[in-house]
Design a protein around this ligand. Structure first.
Ligand code: ADP
Ligand code: MG
Length: 295
């Protein structure tokens, strides 16, 4: 393709809501055959809200749920994750205007959770790992949330599992159509998420995606890309989070959602400015069409 034609295509892309870092990105987009999609904030809106706070059966349900929610929210003030925004907002709504405690020594493990000292105790809000060690009611809350396609996080205070917070997210209204469109263009959709298997399967099932990689840490998402490439795949990654940055960089083409974190946008070759997944199949068609007609 001539530089002029590519520049024209870049301009057309911008009107479709696709911002490319350089004209080479369009060339690469044309040859993509596999699309790895992140779940939270990419296939789902990322606007999450708390559905339930569950405490163990032997706890004083209302008092304890409110108290643990405050501790969890105190820690989450330091995080930019959609889960964190949901938990902080919920605590503010429930909190009768009471300010949240100030966390000390905040630490985040991308794809896994956050922790800090709050009121002299270590509070962690994390992906539930092995469920065998937690009280029955908390285990049931995790299962119920995940079967519904929601995300459950575990709150530990010190070493004690104190609550499960179930957080709901909604599929983007255009997700089904966009994935279907990708398939019709001959692209293979793959779901990769740091979330757990049951949640991931529930969401994937609604989109007709059969290839699912759950529980993926940031480095696992990047390794997945390398593996797919090793089998001859030309791989695009679509993501929004800090946890997607490594995979976006490893991909043949990294695509960031406009509302994504700076880390994701910085690592990507293409940004979907429209906050609209349909822009992705549109972009593929644009690249194929433009670069085919000007040869
Ligand atoms: P996704 O790949 O779907 O965008 P992430 O990799 O961001 O998901 O997160 C994976 C999991 O790590 C979440 O489902 C959650 O259990 C945990 N997690 C990540 N960030 C946080 C946080 N700020 N608070 C609590 N849990 C978190
Ligand atoms: Mg995400």
């Amino acid at each position: 393709a001539t530089p002029t034609a590519l520049l024209a295509a870049t301009g057309r892309g911008a009107r479709l809501g696709i911002l490319v870092s350089g004209v080479q990105a369009l060339e690469r987009l044309k040859h993509i055959d596999t699309v790895v999609l992140d779940k939270t904030g990419t296939l789902t809106s990322g606007r999450m809200s708390v559905i339930a706070v569950t405490v163990p059966a032997d706890a004083d349900a209302d008092a304890d749920a409110g108290e643990v929610l405050r501790l969890a929210a105190a820690v989450e003030q330091g995080s930019d994750h959609p889960l964190a925004h949901a938990i902080v907002a919920h605590a503010h709504r429930q909190g009768d205007g009471l300010p949240l405690p100030r966390p000390v020594g905040f630490a985040a493990a991308p794809g896994s959770g956050v922790r800090a000292m709050v009121d002299g105790e270590e509070v962690a809000v994390v992906r539930p790992g092995e469920l065998s060690g937690i009280p029955g009611r908390l285990r049931e809350a995790v299962h119920a949330a995940e079967t519904a396609g929601h995300t459950a996080v575990l709150v530990r205070v010190g070493d004690v599992p104190r609550a499960v917070i179930s957080v709901g997210d909604t599929l983007r209204s255009d997700a089904y159509r966009a994935v279907e469109h990708l398939r019709r263009l001959g692209l293979r959709p793959v779901l990769a998420t740091g979330d757990r298997e049951a949640t991931a399967r529930s969401i994937a099932g609604r989109l007709g995606i059969t290839e699912v990689h759950a529980g993926a840490l940031p480095e696992d998402k990047a390794a997945l890309v390398t593996t797919l490439q090793g089998h001859g795949g030309r791989v695009a990654v679509v993501g929004d989070g800090v946890n997607d940055a490594a995979a976006l960089a490893a991909a043949d083409l990294g695509i960031a959602m406009a509302g994504g974190t700076d880390a994701a946008i910085g690592a990507a070759d293409v940004t979907l400015v429209r906050e609209d997944l349909q822009a992705l199949p549109d972009a593929v068609r644009l690249a194929r069409h433009t670069l085919a007609t000007i040869r």
